[in-house]
Design a protein around this ligand. Sequence first.
Ligand code: PLP
Length: 459
Amino acid sequence: ETGQSPASNRAGATDARSAAWRDDRRHVLHSWSAQALIDPVVVAGAQGSWFWDEHGTRWLDFSSQLVNVNLGHQHPALVEAIRAQAATLCTIAPYHANEATARAARMIAEVAPGDLDRVFFTNGGAEAVENAVRIARQHTGRHKLLSMYRSYHGATAGAIALTGDPRRWNAEPGPPGVVRFWGPYAYRSSFHARDEAEEGERALAHLQQTLELEGPHTVAAILLESVVGGNGILVPPDGYLQGVRDLCDRHGIVLIADEVMAGFGRCGEWFAIDRWGVVPDLITFAKGVNCGYVPLGGVIVSERIAQAYQQRPFPGGLTYSGHPLACAAAVACIGVYRSEGLIERARRIGAQIIGPALAAMRERHASVGEVRGLGAFWAIELVRDRATRAPLVPFNAACAANAPMAELVAACKRGGVWPFAAGNRLHIVPPLNIDEADLRHGLAAIDEALSVADRYAVD
Ligand code: PLP
């Protein structure tokens, strides 16, 4: 049914509770949700920046789903690449070479910074993190891992243990050897900093002290999201990531940049960390590498570290590593980013359209505490009181269970926009190739919906 027009969906729907809806409710366990508290929309089709349900209700996708469909839905180049690959070679064991996987790896190496030239492919982001950590431990012969509060790294055993947000609590106790540090977040500074620059300096001093007290010679890796995504689009101050790089160099620690969400153009760079000219030792990626049309992720490994695996075995493996269908989609996807100049476009729409529109919303709405972001990666942080910065709902609240956010999200949807809502934030993360008129229309709908949140805020 994918690709049907909304009209044909409407004609085909008989009642509000279709067989698909009933089967879903009876048999599917949805991620991170209390099943009785959700009422999923049955998506019947999608095209470009829009998707629609089985009754023909359409939404402009300001979420890019889980911040992965950077080229929107049903992009013809990706659909065709998958179709052609399926006709040639659907799958093959990863101990063989094949054209799609080899080309995808070469293209990823071409856009990756420095000497990050080798790729180990996984099925998604969490597996990428698991493998990056294993590589770092083997490379250093050390066990301890430092990860940043508020970074999210995935839901498998190791990745969730490294995650710095409350989703980790369900999986605890995690494996030993994980130590967390505070990253920069000037609006809610853990360091009582007065501005971004001071926040960056104090966060670095804190990391340095943490290292000293942990024993730098015991630390295998520092793992962080270059720009924190799911926990609020936290752009580090200039100099912070360079400072982390310097600490890693001084102590022989592997720097792992998790670019699963921020990479592949989302921040107006191939990788978010490129903005600061910093070269990590390992990059984890997924999502935007092929827009998730077929699951794919991986670790990009510096040549210096990869050299070890010339003579000894690489310490990981997956039946579907380098899956040809997923890699064919990646080849097409990176090709479209290049040919349509979408990395630059993300930077431009952020600077010229999204940033200014959100800044204007901050002026107009008492509930908007801070707006921040870059490229096509932005957040509106909502408060009850701008003077005290008291959040509209708790930072980690489930939106469905909190009236102000639930009402705000409902208002956005009534206005025809599907937002990415998390805790006390609306994230504005549309496809990088969203039509400019659609983007402006969606931002206007968000602006209007915010009056719902204003009712809960002190003016
Ligand atoms: N790392 C980051 C930064 C992410 O945002 C995510 C998912 O949102 C992951 C890792 C986990 O990726 P996956 O859900 O594909 O396992």
